[in-house]
Design a protein. Structure first.
Length: 322
């Protein structure tokens, strides 16, 4: 499988992703082996997260941007993080999930997130899928996520650059800018800057650009730009491409890419550690009845949660020794 991946074989890549998505324990074992084997071939792509509310045009943008990247000689892989997809999939009018024109290209690969699952489950798989895409020689990876809840943060945690798409006129609620936007975005695009919305888009962009002056960028030393574009009419896409190049150069020059990825890998590692420790504790046969008891005491406010937690952890470490 590693060999076929290294040849850039897209069918092998799809199979490999299916393998890492599998819950079967024997599959998990092979998945771990596969991931270990491909590690030397990972890390060479530029990873971009793309977020925004449903309907803002993320998929349409990815298609336009991805097609542009292909003309520049890139090999483009698209992954999606959408824990809600089984419910909302295709529910939005004109949803462009399938990205047909991009999907037809030889040097493009598109993979929607596995149906169902928790955000944690989906993002874990997406991180691994991203590595597999890199091993299969894709040098630009676009991760689409809905701008709801924690999924934005999770995607920012696995990418090098974070692009936020907004709608023209959305500048009315600039107050939301502190939390959601500036903490994560390296580039903000006001999409649908075409037809009757073009003027509104320019005003929105100017509003955001001036509001951003007073806020701290996520990447030290980088000025977050606000630009307009039209994914449908292919306006401003080449400009976005050159901004992405500039950002990539900036990150490389300052060793920031290396550092960011190192920190991301460590965070991922500790997430995995806490997850498997917790799973082990919850499934511990000797603790099952004690857990029910303690939980009940916490529920009834008879024991402070902090004390109960400490008791349980002590029980766990003692039981595990014996
Ligand atoms: N006018 C206009 N419509 C767009 C643009 N980009 C996307 N759309 C439309 O907006 C709708 C939602 O697009 P989609 O890419 O599925 O949005 P997503 O939910 O953010 O992925 C579709 O009907 C698109 O055709 C654009 O630049 N201009
Ligand atoms: Mg979409």
């Amino acid at each position: 499988m590693v060999e076929s991946l290294r040849r850039g074989d897209r069918r092998a890549l799809a199979q490999a992703i299916t393998l890492i998505e599998s819950q079967r324990s024997d599959h998990r074992e092979s998945a771990s082996q596969l991931l270990k084997a491909i590690m030397p071939f990972t890390g060479c792509a530029f990873r971009i997260g793309i977020s925004g509310v449903p309907g803002v045009g993320k998929s349409t943008f990815i298609e336009a941007f991805g097609n542009h990247a292909l003309t520049q000689g890139s090999r483009v892989a698209v992954l999606t993080v959408d824990p809600s997809s089984p419910l909302s999939g295709g529910a939005i009018l004109g949803d462009k999930t399938r990205m047909e024109s991009l999907a037809r290209q030889n040097n493009a690969f598109i993979r929607p997130s596995a149906a169902g699952g928790t955000l944690g489950g989906v993002t874990k798989r997406t991180r691994e899928a991203l590595l597999l895409c890199e091993a299969a020689d894709f040098d630009l990876i676009l991760v689409e996520t809905v701008g709801i809840g924690q999924s934005e943060t999770a995607v920012a945690q696995m990418t090098d650059m974070f692009i936020l798409l907004l709608l023209p006129g959305s500048g009315d609620d600039l107050q939301g800018i502190k939390r959601g936007v500036t903490e994560l975005a390296d580039l903000i695009l006001i999409n649908k800057a075409d037809g009757s919305l073009a003027d509104a888009a320019r005003i929105t962009a100017a509003d955001y650009q001036s509001a951003l002056q007073f806020l701290h960028p996520r990447t030290e030393g980088w000025t977050v730009l606000v630009k307009t574009c039209s994914a449908v009419e292919d306006i401003g896409i080449a400009d976005v491409w050159s901004t992405v190049q500039d950002y990539q150069t900036f990150l490389n020059k300052n060793d920031q890419l290396e550092k960011r990825r190192g920190i991301q890998a460590k965070t991922w590692f500790w997430e995995e550690v806490s997850e498997s420790l917790l799973a082990k504790l919850r499934r511990h046969p000797k603790l099952a009845s004690r857990i029910v008891e303690i939980e009940h005491q916490v529920y009834a406010h008879r024991v402070p949660p902090t004390v109960a937690a400490q008791d349980l952890v002590n029980l766990f470490t003692d039981t595990d020794k014996s």
